[in-house]
Design a protein around this ligand. Structure first.
Ligand SMILES: Cc1cc2nc3c(=O)[nH]c(=O)nc-3n(C[C@H](O)[C@H](O)[C@H](O)COP(=O)(O)O)c2cc1C
Length: 399
């Protein structure tokens, strides 16, 4: 496990960005911005640690592209030009520490705690108990306007010195909703067939590409399985969307799974932090909240096992030609990650929770220190979101 001999410590390009090693910090919502979406010391510290820890490519947590696409109260935004300066200062620091950084751009769609009772979505849906909302269907004008916000936010990200963009097309947020036959019940140009469900993402990509020029890296995180109560996106349809993205010229694909509304713990797997999630209910309701959460997320329903999205690489990798593939989901052992890259199952290994707990692990590995990852998938890090506190590891209060 040494910088000189491990394939994980070789550089590889994503578009025109050279990533110094194969480790990616998968997008991780920080819950550390101000209510107006601006970022400060609390947010920047997270990126200082990760870049000092020699993560090759850091992908920010989901950043909203417009007020209508905001999901969480303390989410960062690239919704206005005023946001550029704060991110620019952060990105300079990250670059000085030798890492690359991409902004993950997202419109929350129906998954929003910040917009009140009726957030915009492709189709009217059932009342959603996770977000406590009743989604409403977007009209054509709103859809076109949402596409424009992605392009404007991408341009701002470029101005702020981000090395590239990741389009958040996974986990049940707006783009993922358009891709999913479960959430998207439309029969106009935005739904009704695989091709039409892809139309929104296609138009987002095209608008962004026009805004940032032909060489700026644009990547996407996309589900290979939605895990919704009735059939949502499955690998069969997902590969068609991925082929579509490759034809458009996407610079890398990250594969993931799950939708937060129905299977938050299928996206990440492991324990359901029932006590932490129940804390946001008013005190007299907390026992009922616990009961409810235990029913919605029966413990062990979402069993954690290592590399749980690896199975899909065999379906996806052959479609990509030279376009890099990033794999996320339960990567926990150095040996396994090395095998994944050596056997060309994926080009990059991407992690979220291990970096919340051990932001310096890549640096340790590069020095030959064979420390193992110690994240135990307790998922208490999720529990800070409804409390409006910044994400951290509950096992180690020093972060
Ligand atoms: C606290 C927390 C915040 C997350 N925020 C995001 C996010 O903003 N965008 C995203 O695409 N995925 C997000 N995820 C999902 C992770 O990026 C990743 O796909 C998932 O946790 C599986 O990877 P892991 O086993 O390495 O944690 C988040 C996960 C956690 C635990």
């Amino acid at each position: 496990m040494n910088q000189d001999n491990g394939i994980l410590f070789t550089a590889k390009k994503i578009g025109n960005a050279t990533i110094k090693n194969r480790f990616i910090r998968s997008a991780t919502f920080e819950n550390a911005a101000s209510q107006d979406g601006s970022i400060g010391e609390e947010y920047i510290k997270i990126y200082e640690r990760l870049s000092k820890g020699q993560v090759g490519l850091i992908i920010t947590g989901m950043v909203y592209t417009s007020g209508e696409g905001k999901s969480y109260h303390r989410q960062a935004g690239l919704h206005s030009d005023e946001a550029i300066a704060g991110f620019a200062a952060m990105n300079d620091m990250v670059h000085q520490n030798g890492s690359k950084i991409f902004a993950q751009l997202c419109h929350g769609g129906r998954q929003s705690m910040a917009l009140g009772w009726r957030p915009p979505a492709p189709s009217v849906g059932m009342i959603d108990l996770t977000y406590r909302i009743f989604p409403r269907s977007m009209n054509n004008r709103e859809i076109l306007s949402a596409i424009k916000t992605f392009a404007s936010a991408a341009k701002r990200a470029q101005k702020a010195g981000f090395d590239g963009i990741q389009i958040h097309a996974a986990h049940g947020y707006l783009i993922s909703e358009f891709l999913s036959p479960y959430f998207n019940r439309r029969s106009d140009e935005w739904g009704g067939s695989t091709e039409k469900r892809f139309n929104f993402l296609k138009r987002v990509y095209e608008a962004m590409r026009e805004a940032v020029g032909s060489t700026y890296p644009i990547t996407a995180k996309i589900n290979i399985e939605d895990h919704t109560p009735k059939a949502g996106l499955t690998i069969k349809e997902s590969v068609e969307h991925i082929k579509g993205l490759v034809d458009l010229g996407i610079d890398a694909i990250e594969i993931s799974c799950g939708t937060l509304s129905f299977s938050m713990f299928n996206q990440s797997r492991g324990n359901v932090p029932v006590a932490a999630l129940a804390k946001v209910m008013i005190r007299p309701l907390q026992p009922f909240a616990r009961l409810f959460l235990k029913t919605v997320y029966p413990e062990k329903k979402f069993v954690f096992y290592e590399d749980y999205n690896l199975w899909a690489c065999d379906d996806v990798k052959p479609l990509l030609n030279d376009t890099p593939l990033m794999l996320v989901g339960g990567l926990r052992s150095y040996e396994s990650m090395e095998k994944i890259v050596r056997e060309q199952k994926a080009d990059f290994v991407s992690m979220c929770r291990p970096f919340i707990r051990q932001p310096m692990i890549v640096k340790n590995w590069s020095n030959g220190d064979i420390k193992q990852l110690t994240c135990n998938n307790c998922n208490n890090c999720f529990g800070f979101v409804p409390l409006d506190e910044s994400i951290r590891c509950n096992l180690n209060r020093s972060f």
